[in-house]
Design a protein around this ligand. Structure first.
Ligand SMILES: [Fe+2]
Ligand SMILES: [Fe+2]
Length: 214
C-alpha cells in the first residue's frame, strides 16, 4: 500500500506543516508501539486538562470546557486500553519523543502569558493528534484500528476547537494569532528530522513535510 497523505490538514489552521508520508508508513508498520503510545497520549491529555483546572481553580469558563474534555480523554484511554487488552498487548512504558517537552519549554513562565501559551500548546498537540489519527483512520490496513481512529477523530477536532475558544474568550486576536504562529513553527521544528529506530515511532514522533517556501 502506498501511504500518501494528500489533503489531511488543509482545514486545520493550527498546523504549520502536514505530517509526512514517511511518518505514516512508520506508524502503520509498528501498530503496537503506536497503540501503546496512543493510550499514554490520551492519559496525558486528560492530565493536561486537569492540571489547568488545578492551576486556575476559580475560572468557571475554564472548568466548564476542561472538565468534560478530561472525562472524554479518559474515555478514549479506556477504549484504547480495552483494545490493547483484547490483543494481549501490555500497557508498557515507552520512552516519549522530545515533542511534548520541547513544546512545554516554550510556555512563558509569567501569568497571564503562561495561560495563553498553555492553551495554545495544548491546542497544537490536539491538532497534530487529530491530523495523524485522520491519516491512520484512512490508511491503516487494520479495520479495527481504522474504526478506532475514525471514532476518535471528531472529539479530537472538538478539543482543539475548545482550546481555541478558551484563547478567544481571554485574549484579543492580535495577541493570539502571532503567538500561535510562533508556537506552530516550533511544533513543526519539534517534528523535523529522522527517526533513529523504527521502534521509536510514536503518535508525535518526527515526520513532517518540508515547507514549500523554505
Ligand atoms: Fe483523546
Ligand atoms: Fe483530545
Amino acid at each position: 500500500m502506498t501511504a500518501s497523505p494528500t489533503k489531511p490538514v488543509a482545514s486545520i489552521r493550527w498546523l504549520a506543516a502536514p505530517s509526512s508520508s514517511l511518518w505514516l508508513e512508520q506508524a502503520i508498520s509498528r501498530p503496537e508501539e503506536v497503540l501503546i503510545d496512543h493510550a499514554h497520549c490520551e492519559r496525558k491529555a486528560a492530565g493536561a486538562a486537569l492540571q489547568l483546572m488545578f492551576r486556575y481553580p476559580s475560572s468557571e469558563s475554564l472548568a466548564e470546557a476542561l472538565s468534560p474534555l478530561a472525562q472524554e480523554e479518559l474515555e478514549h484511554f479506556d477504549r484504547v486500553l480495552a483494545l490493547l487488552q483484547r490483543r494481549g498487548i501490555a500497557l508498557r512504558p515507552l520512552p516519549a519523543p522530545a515533542y511534548g517537552s520541547r513544546l512545554a519549554g516554550e510556555i512563558r513562565r509569567q501569568e497571564p502569558l503562561r495561560q495563553l501559551d498553555s492553551f495554545l500548546v495544548a491546542g497544537l498537540i490536539e491538532a497534530r493528534s487529530h491530523e495523524r489519527m485522520a491519516l491512520l483512520a484512512e490508511h491503516s490496513p487494520d479495520p479495527e484500528l481504522r474504526e478506532l481512529y475514525g471514532d476518535l477523530l471528531a472529539s479530537e477536532a472538538r478539543h482543539f476547537g475548545l482550546y481555541w475558544l478558551l484563547c478567544d474568550q481571554h485574549w484579543p486576536r492580535e495577541v493570539i494569532i502571532p503567538r500561535l504562529e510562533a508556537l506552530a513553527a516550533v511544533e513543526v521544528e519539534a517534528l523535523s528530522g529522522e527517526l533513529a529506530r523504527p521502534e521509536d515511532v510514536r503518535m508525535h514522533s518526527v515526520g513532517v513535510q518540508p515547507s514549500s517556501n523554505g
